[in-house]
Design a protein around this ligand. Sequence first.
Ligand SMILES: [Zn+2]
Length: 197
Amino acid sequence: MGDALATYFEAKACQDSNATSCAGGTITTAAITLAKACYDTLIEEGLKAKLAVENNAVTDAVEKIIEANTLLSGMGFESGGLAGAHAIHNGLTAIKECHHLYHGEKVAFGTLTQLVLENADEDLLDEVVGFCMDVGLPTTFADMGIEKVDKDALMEAATLAAAPTDTCGNEPVEITPQKVYDAMIAADAIGRYYKGL
Ligand SMILES: [Zn+2]
């Protein structure tokens, strides 16, 4: 669900910046519609599906999340594109404390960071952070195992994420290593705020 969380926001960023899709074309209305259906399904069914799966139960919510995570996210990504969330995921792979994390866990924090870069409104942040907390996806450095932030390591991750060879350039805003660094710091602060830390 962490990977699927990024699909709509990355496709939207690619559309807003006129980026080329992963399939090599322009972003179609169909791609954005599938990606939005993916996001809406996560918000509506994610918590129910998680609780069911944790108790070895298969419910309608689980079936809907499987469709969102595989079909909707897969087609939304292929016909949409990648942007900040996956670039930040790639940057986080340089931080040793993050090595144990699943792909989707790093992408979830990457999504939150992307939303900070795009200066998303509070209602949207509220929804995304609330979802992550409900289903157990990381919203803070501590959630990812980073107990004490090493500024140099974080800047290395931000520099990797902002590299021209990665997909942060598909964001509709100016990207620099410093902006990505600051967005990660702010994303962690937002996560801690919601946790009351
Ligand atoms: Zn992914």
